[in-house]
Write a new protein. Structure first.
Length: 228
């Protein structure tokens, strides 16, 4: 009788554990599906925004040309130049591509904390590229401007309010030879490689860096023009 009670309890415990495991697996799959759907919606909205921006630019250009107003043309030229310098236009040119990835799993004799990429590592790589003359930089397609943040958020890094996981692809436009020498021989790359962090640096003659797509109003909400 006692043995029967034990067997019954064991059976119920095993059944409960299996049900919880099955529920957990189903829940994870459900979350994955929701995440995938949200990503698709986000990509669709971004595409719509880009298409509308292109239509707006085409309409503005056509309207100015039809009026044949030299003042408007000069004003449009000044606006385009300001947007270029502010990082609000897509740009292309030659430069370098730096790919960063965590060290392989189970790297011998190294602390797990040391074999993953942190926000400070990315910041130091960006600073070296800027010091070497980079004119435009992006990380995983996010344009880096003066207010762009690189902050650790768990196993990811937040850039322009968006989260990205490894690997990180950093694109920089500038003189390819100068940029390559500046980053490949830098102290930060030597340190990363010492900890088996994977670093790949290549030159490229055809780099495209997208414009900054964040909310510009939030960047100047606390600023006021000083009147002299």
């Amino acid at each position: 009788m006692f043995l029967g009670v034990l067997i019954s309890l064991q059976f119920r415990t095993t059944l409960s554990a299996n049900r919880q495991k099955t529920y957990s697996e189903l829940n994870i799959e459900k979350l994955k599906a929701q995440l995938s759907e949200e990503i698709n919606i986000e990509n669709s909205l971004k595409k719509s925004i880009d298409e509308n921006e292109a239509k707006k630019e085409a309409y503005l250009k056509m309207n100015i040309e039809s009026k044949n107003d030299e003042y408007l043309k000069q004003l449009k030229k000044s606006l385009d130049d300001a947007k270029l310098k502010a990082g609000l236009t897509d740009v292309k040119g030659s430069g370098v591509v730096v790919k960063l990835d965590d060290a392989p799993a189970r790297t011998a004799n190294l602390d797990p904390w040391d074999i993953i990429i942190h926000d400070i590592d990315v910041v130091k790589v960006l600073n070296k590229l800027k010091a070497a003359g980079a004119q435009a930089i992006s990380i995983n397609g996010e344009r880096i401007i003066s207010t762009s943040e690189q902050i650790c958020a768990g196993p990811t890094i937040r850039i322009n309010k968006n989260r990205y996981a490894v690997p990180y692809e950093i694109k920089a436009i500038g003189d390819p030879n100068t940029l390559y020498e500046g980053i490949s021989k830098s102290e930060i790359v030597a340190i990363l490689q010492e900890f088996k962090i994977r670093v790949e640096i290549t030159k490229s003659d055809n780099i495209i860096i997208p414009k900054f797509k964040g909310n510009l109003d939030n960047l100047v909400s606390a600023l006021e023009v000083e009147k002299k």
